[in-house]
Design a protein. Sequence first.
Length: 513
Amino acid sequence: MHPSRRAYVEETQDEDEDMGISIDQVPTDHDYVIPSTASGIAPEKASAIIQQFDKKKRAAAITVPTDDARVRSKLRELGEPITLFGEQKSDRRDRLRTLLAQQLEDAERREAGADGDDVSMLDADGEDGGDGEHEEEFYTEGVPELLDARRWIARYSIERARERCELQNSESTVQLQKHIKHRKGIKDRLAGFNLLGSQLAGDRPVSIARFSNDSKMIAAGSWDGGIRLLTVPNMDIVRTLRGHKDKIGGVSWSPMEDLTAENVSLVSGGGEGDIHLWNMTQDTPVASLLGHGGRVCRVEYHPSGRYIGSASYDTTWRLWDVETTSELLIQEGHSREVFAISFQNDGALVATAGLDGFGRIWDLRTGRTVMILDGHIREVHGLAFAPNGYQVISASADATAKVWDVRKVRCITTIGAHKGLVSDVRFFDGGVDTGRPMIDGEIEMGDRGKYFVTGGFDKNVNIYSADDWALVKTLPGHSGNVLSVDIAKDGNYILSSGHDRTCKLWARDDMEF
C-alpha cells in the first residue's frame, strides 16, 4: 500500500474508533472496478487480481457433498489425504471444492492447448492425469412423493404467476404521474410510524416474532424455548407453547384461509433440531418433523400452506409435507450452516442462504439452482422475496442488504442498511393487490411490495422504499440488538423483537384504536 494511502486508512480508522464505530460494521461496496494502468497498477498485476476473483467465484459454484464420508471417499479417489491435522469437516469440504476447481481449470488449459501451438508436456505424453472426470454433480435420492409434490407445485405456481402478471400488466397502464403521487403518499404514511407498545416476551432474547395471517395475533419465539402468543394491538400474552428443548430459531403462520382452532396453524423450529406443528387448542405440539442433524434456524410455510421449508445448521434445507408430516426433500448445496429461507409468492422458487456468505435460488419444480447470490463478504441471516416475484433481498453480517433480480441474474443495488449486522428483512406482502380494477374503471393502487423493513445490531428498525431503495424512517427503541422484524398483512403495524427480551409494536400516529 502506498504510504500516503496507509496513513489515510489509519487516520480514518482512528476517527471511526473515536466515534464508537467498528470497522467491520461499516457498509462496504465491493462492486468496484479494477484500476487500470493509469492508476499505477501494472496490467499483469490487475489481470492476476481478476483471475484470482474468478477462481474463487468458480470454486464457490462447484457443488460438493455435505456428508463427510462421501467427502473423504472423493478425496481418496483424487489421491489426496482424506484428512489433515486439525482439519474440521467444513475445512475438508472447502479443500475438496478447491481441488475440483483446480482440476477443472487444468482440463480447460489442456483443451485450450490442444487447439493451439502451446501444448503442455502432459498432453504431449498423452496422459490425462485421471479418469477424465473433472466436475461431478452430487444428488440425494428423492422419495416418490417428491415427484408428485413437484408436479403439484408446478400447476399451482403457473396459475399464481398468471394472476400476478395480469395484475402487473394492469398497473403498467396507470399514468406515471399517478404512480409518483401514490408512492409519495406511501412515504408520507410510513414516516408516521412510531412506537405503540412493548411487551416482555421471554426470559431470554426473543429471536423471532411473526404476525398471524389475519394480523390479530403474534407468535414470539424465545431463546428459553417457549413461544408466546400475544394479542394485537394490546400485546397481552394469552398462551405459552412449550415443546422445544433449546432456543427457538423460526416460527411461521399458515397462509391457508378458513383454518379452525383444531387445524395446524403454526410451525416452529428449535436449536435441538426438531420442528413442531401447533394448533390453537393445546399448548403442546400436535406433530413433530424430525430429521435435521443440527439447529433449525428458520422455518417458512410454502404459499400453498401444504409444505414447509426449513434451514438448518446441518448444512441442508429441507421440504416437508404438512398433511403427512413426511420429509420430501433433503437439499445440499451450501458449504456451511444454512440460516435463512424464503419462498416466492408464486410458489415456484425458494431462496436459501447461510453462514457461507452465499445465497441460492432453487426451482422447486425441477430441483435445480437457477441463481447464486454471490456478493456478500460475511454471513447472510435474512432473505425476503418481493411480491413482484422476481426480486430478492438478502440481509448480511457485512452491514448491507443486497437486492437481486432473478430476471437479470445479478445484484441490482447494495444498501448500507445498518451500522452492524443486518439480522432480518421483510417485505410488506398484504393489503390490496396492486392493479385491481375498481367499478369506475380506475386502477386501485395498493401498498403491496412498495416497502420493506430491516432489523440490525445497531438496535434500530429501518423502513425502506422499494421504489428507489431509499431509507424512509428509522425506528429506535430497542435497548439491545434487533433479531427479527415483520409487517402485518393489513399494513397497520410493524413488529420487532430482540436481545432486550421484548416484542415492540409500531404504528402510525394517525391510526384510531
